[in-house]
Structure formats: C-alpha cells, structure tokens
Ligand binder design. Structure first.
Ligand code: 4AZ
Length: 845
C-alpha cells in the first residue's frame, strides 16, 4: 500500500504543475497587443508583473522539486541479527506465536528503537522494526533476527547509509544487566524481494530432532512445476549444540541467469543476508552431484525466488542434525595417506580452520598431491585467496584447480585450511607421500613440480607434467615434428590440423596459403577478399560456408541439401535455430529433437574419467546372452540404435548375428546397477549390419538395431542427432568417446561409464601412421594427453560431437585400432556422415 500511495503522489505532480502554468497564462502581461500600445509607466508595471510572476513560478517550482523530488522517500529495508546476552534460549522462542517470543521481541525492538533514536541521521526515518526469529547463540545466549524498515528522503540517503553502517552499540556492563544486546549485524536488502519474504504465505518452519530425517520440497514437487513469482523460505532448526546437514536429492530449476531467473539460496543463518550466504543454486544437477551443505550452528535458511517465466519441477531436499564434532586437521605421522576437507565431497562448513601437521620418517621428504581442489567463491580472484584457502609454506591456494603437487625439501609439512563465513565449495582431497630425496620417482620420470610420470611419457609430445618439464631437451623421432621456437617435439599428425600445438604456429605454417589468401576446403588458395563475397570462388563452396549467410548454389560436398533439393552454403545449418532452407527442412522438429543433455550442471566429483549420470543419455550397453557388456551403441529414435557391424559377426563360440541373444540397457551408468530405476532394458528385435562390411578391412563398420519395444525419453535416455552427409567435423575438433570397454589394452572392463576428450585427426596424416589402412568411411581421433583410448568393449559406441547449437551429433562409431592407447596409433571410427543415406534407408530417419 505504501508504495502505491507514493506512486499516486508522483503521478499527480505534473498535473499540479500544469495547473500552475495555466494560471500564468491568464495574467494581463500575456496580452501582447495591450503591451504594444502601453506608455513607459505602464511598461514598467507590466515588466514588474512579469518579473514577479517569473519569481513566483521559480519559487513554486523549487518547492515542488524539493517536496516532490528531492524529498521523495526511498524505502530502505535492513535485515540482520543481534546477540542477546544474559538470556537463555528456551524452546518457546522458536515459535513466534508464544508469549515468550512476544516478550523478548518487545525488549529487542525497544533496544533497536533506542539505538536508532540516538542517531539524528536515522531516527526520523524509522518506520518499523520486527523480529522474524530467535535461535540459540554460541555462549548460552540468544540470537535475534530482525527487519528494520525506513523511509528516507532521497537527499538524506547518503547520510543515512553512512550512519547505519557506523552504528555501534553502546558499551554496557553486561554483568549488571539482565537484558543486553552485545553485537549487531545489519545488511541492506532489496525491499521488493524482502517484503515478499516477510509476508510470504510460502514460509515453512522445520525442526529436525535427533535421528530424524526431515524432507521438504519446492511447492508442487514432483507433480507440478513450482509457481511463478514465488518467494518461499524454509527455516531449518536442530537441537541445541547440534549442526545441520542439508542435502538436495533432486534439483531441477531454470537455467542460471546472472542476477535474475529462478534460484535457491542457502544461508548459514536465519537472516537472508549475503555475508552468510552459502550457495546460490539454479539449473539442473545430475543425481551424481553431491549437493550437501553443513551449518556452523543449529540453524539454516533456504529461500526460493522465481520469475514469471519457465516451468520446472523444482527440488527435493532433506536435512538432519548431528553433534558438533572436532572436524578436521591433526597430527599425521604415517609415510603416506590421504586426507580431505571436512565432509568431502559435500560442501565444507563455513567458519572453520583445520591444520594438518605432517611428519614423515626423518630420512624422507614429503610431498602433497591434490587430486581434487574446489575452493571457489564468487568474486574472489584465484590470485588473492582472500576468503577460503589452503595454505602451505606461506603460499595460499584457492579457486578451482586441476591436479597439482606441492613438495617440501624436508620431512615436515603443515597444511592449513580456512573457510570464512560465506560461500563454501566441495573442498579437496590430498594424498601425502614420502620420498627418497635422491630418488623422488623410482622407475619414473620426476617432473619439476614433483609429479611422477611414466618414463614413456617423456618426450612424447604431450605435456604430461603440465609444466612442460617432460618435453624439454628432447630429440624428436621420425614420427615427430620439431616446433621452431619452443623446440618441442609433437606427433606428426598434429601438423596441419588447424590447431596451434607448438604455441608458435610452426606446425601449421607449411600448410597455409600465402599471406592475404584463404585456403579452400579443396586446398586451393584464393584472395582473402573473395571469402564471403557471395560467389563460390573455391568451386566447392567452402569460401562461403562460414559466413553465417545463406547462399543458394550448386550442390557440392560443402553445401547442405534441403528437402526441395536447393543447396545452401552455410556450414552445418541443420537444427541451428535459423530457417535457412526456403522450405524450412533444415529445422523440422522431428529431426531436431535430438542431442539434448537434460542436466545443465556437471558433476565435479568424479574420479578419473567417469562420466556423469545422464551426461551421454544416448549411450547404450549391449549385453549378449550369458555374457556381460559386449558392445556399445547409440540411441537415435525410440526404437532404433546405431552400432558397429563387427559386433554382430558370428564366430565359433557364438552366433552374434542372432538378435534374440542381445539385450540393450538404456539410461545405464553403472554396470553393477542394471536394476536402477533410471535404466530401461529392451530385447533386440532385428540387427541390420551393413552389407558392405568387410571384416578384414573393417570398411563400412555400421549396423542398425531395432528394439522390441520403444523407449520413453527421460533425463537419462535421449537420442543423439545423426549428421547430414555434408556435416563438417573439422580436424582438431575436441570430441567425446565413451564406453564401458577395457581400461587398458588387455585389461578389465569399466564398471562406470568412461568418457574421454579426444581430437579429430587429419585423415592423410593418420593414414600414414596406420600404414594406409584407412578408407574414406573411417575417421581418426586420438588423445591429446595420451594414456587412455577407446578399447575392447567400446566398439559400437558413440563418438559424440557437441556442436555450436549445443546439440550433440554422432560423428563416429568406435570401430578399431592398433591396440589401445598406443602412442601414434589413434583410434579409428566409422565416419557416420558418410553413411547418412544408408541410415535413412534402414531407419527411415
Ligand atoms: C576393440 O577391440 C577395439 N583403440 C576398439 C577400439 C580400439 C581398439 C580396439 C581403438 O573393440
């Protein structure tokens, strides 16, 4: 009501000013004819009247400005908490309808009012104070959470803000007073949001007792989406002296938007203030993400803010209490071991400090290897580490870091971990090791950083040490290229792959056209000025393909063919959200409803190269009767899978071509959890292997499988997009290979779905490495960092390419390779785009 009142006043202003101007018009001076005929005396009188009128309008204008604009009240809302000394917490304080709550509120409000009244820049503007809750303080006292509302004239705003930020409690002798407030925190909040919280009909007060798990969820969950424009809050409490553990079991909300959109906040306080915020959550988290939070006392606050767009399921959370324990740190005297930040992989609690005092045997040195490290806070640069950090030998580490090693030239190391009162993260895992000072990496290569790597990783062209110390002073082999400036040795198939692997571009120079010319897809060099000039100067359309423009032209391997046989030059125009074909056939929804990953967040807490649950929802595991996982496949429609042909070739032991022997598992993540609720099992009705499959050369290594019954799409089951025959997957493009295949050559199969980022390799260079065994229906892709590769059991699985429109396309099918993970022996994949017509023929897609 107050807001709408002030709006009314504001709207009236121009009207009253108009009224005043109308009045001026009726003054005699406005009659110009009379003025012309008047004598000097009269002229003077008229002049005086005009001046008088001008002064009057100026004065009135100033008054209007002063009262209406300069004096316009600004609503200010502060929220915060204060500590009430000499008062013991009683249970009745938890319930705002009790007499005890009311009595203590009166005292606190009166103290607040007295405090404000003592300040001339605050007192006149106070409108109301209210108490939202009490909780148990640390020293047997009570914490009160309050709101104070002010109406401040615009021109007094600065003075008011200064006064309130400098507000100090008078020093009182706490021993003599039965009631006293001895600390106060105030923080400004957005009145629009805060007022809605204050009056929310969507407010819940929950207390979890010992041994009880209390569940709560966003309104409507899971049957209906959460409401628009919601302001909800959940007050979570535990018994005295206990801590709260809060876990979001399901979290599906609108995609994150900076300072807008739908979001959940978790506070380590009952006041929704930024300095006590623990996390801002939005987007969709996969179930494997550990969204667990811990409080520093026995209270926590969860708020939900939604805007007026989007329909999403919301969240399901649970919380419980547990005794406050000494959390972390201690004396470590073993030769090796592991420690983590408290509650890893849950978020560590705010306001903690842990010190690990490590001492390995005297004749050894100690080093520490961080395998996971997530200590990021919004707005804190990793160079500053002003909030949460790990400190070793005076050096602070924070932010999100990849695997790193800290070593000491002594047998002792002290590791200090500090978290401040706001924003926490998932923390770290650290492995401490003792080593022989003269032989830090037995049978391995010692990187400068202290990391140990395999001996064959030295001088192999990959920066395995991450500080390049394994790639310095190397003699390049026949299969390597020597970079000009850095003198690094790089695999020869990195040459001319469009990626600057050397850092000085020397691996890309010999393949370039002269300066100011453009290299066409067919190798021809044309003047740079002819690129994107709407003329096909290359003759293959490649000079017009990346111009973001559509040009109808003759059809080549670089053009896209619309349904009406019109060919357009735009690169990969299908499903990019723009109608490029005049018949709209590049955007038909039946074809574009694919390649989507429902989870917007990535789980960070995965060991090695485990995929996230739902990260590759088209990945299928094929089990053959009496056997475990045998091959991979990709889902392309509710009833169709694409796999390799070689998985279905009979041998002496088994009739692999018999469809009835096979079972497909969709939505699967863990081979040990075939019965999980997210997994769908289907028998195979029909196997259609490519008639041209050659089991000597592995040419045409593709098959289509039909499921006995269609599957419904879920967060864990989605189809991948099939690329058109002209779809371009450029050399050097990062791309994902996934599967449950062997973890190393001749080794055991993976239980959790594995993923690896590899790069598409130049066909000619790869063919040299593989002694000319490639056909045009094959594509090479390999690891940049080495170590892992597709291997036995990955066959038939997808090579997934994330395209510009964020849709994922099936670039390849795992087919063959010379062993696994061998240097200079990249994996070979079926080139799916080349098989587009065959796939259409077999699937109708
Ligand atoms: C296989 O045996 C296999 N390194 C698949 C891929 C590769 C090697 C072997 C590629 O199924």
């Amino acid at each position: 009501m107050k807001d709408s009142d002030s709006m009314m006043k504001y709207n009236n202003r121009p009207q009253s000013m108009n009224g005043f101007e109308e009045g001026v018009e009726f003054l005699p001076a406005a009659n110009t004819k009379k003025v012309e005929k008047a004598g000097p005396k009269k002229k003077l009188a008229i002049f005086g009247v005009v001046i008088g009128a001008a002064l009057l309008s100026l004065t009135i204008g100033l008054l209007v400005w002063h009262f209406a604009y300069r004096n316009a009240p600004v609503q200010k809302l502060y929220t915060g908490y204060l500590r009430i000394a000499n008062t013991q917490f009683v249970e009745a304080y938890e319930n705002s309808t009790t007499r005890e709550f009311a009595d203590l509120s009166v005292k606190v409000i009166s103290t607040l009012r007295t405090l404000y009244n003592g300040e001339k820049d605050i007192a006149p503007y106070l409108q109301q104070c209210s108490i939202s809750a009490f909780s148990e303080g640390s020293d047997n006292n009570v914490v009160g959470y309050y709101w104070s509302e002010f109406s401040v004239p615009a021109f007094r705003e600065e003075a008011f803000e200064k006064a309130i930020s400098e507000l100090k409690l008078p020093t009182v002798n706490l021993r003599q007073r039965a009631f006293a407030v001895d600390s106060l925190v105030a923080y400004p909040t957005d009145p629009q949001i805060a007022r809605n919280f204050k009056n929310s009909s969507c407010a819940f007060f929950l207390h979890s007792s010992a041994g009880v798990m209390t569940k709560f969820s966003s309104p409507g969950f899971p049957d209906t989406p959460y409401p628009p424009n919601a302001r909800c809050l959940w007050t979570l409490r535990a018994d005295a002296g206990q801590m709260i553990r809060l876990k979001f079991k399901t979290f599906k909300m609108e995609k994150c938007k900076a300072n807008a959109g739908d979001f959940v906040m978790v506070y380590d306080s009952l006041s929704p203030i930024e300095p006590r915020a623990q996390i801002r959550l939005c987007g969709i988290y996969p179930p494997s993400y550990n969204l667990t939070f811990f409080s520093s006392s026995n209270v926590m606050l969860v708020t939900l803010v939604t805007d007026n767009v989007g329909k999403f399921p919301g969240f399901l959370a649970e919380f419980s209490q547990f005794p406050k324990t000494s959390l972390c740190g201690g004396y470590i005297r073993d030769a090796s071991g592991v420690f983590t930040s408290p509650y890893f992989p849950g978020h560590y609690p705010p306001k903690i400090e842990c010190i690990w005092d490590i001492q390995v045997p005297d004749n050894k040195f100690v080093k520490l290897r961080f395998n996971m490290f997530y200590l990021a806070e919004p707005g804190v640069p990793v160079t500053k580490c002003t909030k949460d950090f790990v400190e070793i030998n005076g050096q602070k580490y924070c932010g999100e870091r990849k695997f790193f090693v800290v070593s000491n030239n002594s047998s002792k190391m002290s590791v200090r971990f500090v978290s401040d009162q706001s924003y926490t993260d998932t923390g770290f895992t650290a492995e401490y090791l003792s080593y022989e000072p003269r032989n830090p990496c037995p049978d391995q290569f010692a990187c400068k950083s202290g990391r140990c790597i395999r001996l064959d990783q030295k001088c192999d062209g990959w920066n395995d040490c991450e500080d390049f110390s394994d790639e310095k002073s190397c003699t390049c082999t026949a299969l390597q290229f020597r970079c000009t400036n850095s003198k690094l040795c790089k695999p020869s198939y990195f040459v001319c792959d469009g990626v600057n692997d050397c850092g000085d571009s020397s691996d890309e120079l010999a393949c370039q056209c002269p300066n100011n010319t453009y290299k066409c897809g067919n190798g021809k060099c044309i003047p740079e000025s002819q690129k994107c000039d709407r003329t096909d100067n290359c003759g293959d359309g490649s000079d017009e393909a990346e111009c973001g423009r559509v040009l109808s032209t003759t059809c080549t391997e670089y053009t896209y063919k619309c349904k009406n046989n019109q060919c357009i030059t735009k690169k990969n125009p299908e499903c990019d959200g723009e109608n490029d074909c005049s018949d709209g056939s590049d955007e038909i929804s039946a074809k574009c409803n694919c390649g989507k990953r429902p989870f917007t967040k990535k789980s960070r807490i995965v060991g090695g190269v485990n995929a996230d649950t739902g990260e590759f929802p088209w990945q299928v595991s094929l089990h053959v009767k009496g056997n475990k996982h045998t091959c991979g496949a990709s889902l392309v429609s509710p009833t169709m899978l694409i796999s390799a042909a070689h998985c279905f070739q009979d041998d002496q032991s088994m009739r692999y071509s018999d469809a009835s022997l096979w079972t497909a598992y969709l939505g699967l993540h863990d081979q040990a959890q075939l019965n999980s609720k997210d997994v769908v099992e289907r028998k195979i009705k029909r196997i259609m292997a490519h008639i041209g499959f050659n089991d000597n050369t592995y040419d045409n290594d593709i098959s289509v499988l039909e499921l006995e019954k269609p599957v419904d799409y879920t967060d864990f089951i989605q189809p991948i997009c099939i690329p058109e025959s002209t779809h371009d997957f450029p050399v050097g493009k990062p791309i994902w290979v996934t599967g449950w295949g062997a973890l190393k050559e001749g080794g055991g199969a993976a239980v959790i779905l594995q993923k690896a980022e590899i790069r598409i390799i130049n066909q000619t260079e790869c063919n040299k490495l593989l002694d000319g065994q490639l056909t045009p229906r094959m594509l090479c892709a390999g690891f940049v960092s080495g170590g892992i590769d597709a291997c036995q059991g990955d066959s038939g699985g997808p090579l997934s390419s994330v395209e510009l429109n964020n849709k994922v396309y099936l670039a390849g099918i795992v087919s063959w390779g010379e062993g696994c993970a061998r240097r200079n022996k990249p994996g070979v994949y079926t080139r799916v785009a080349m098989m587009r017509d065959w796939i259409r023929d077999k699937t109708g897609l």
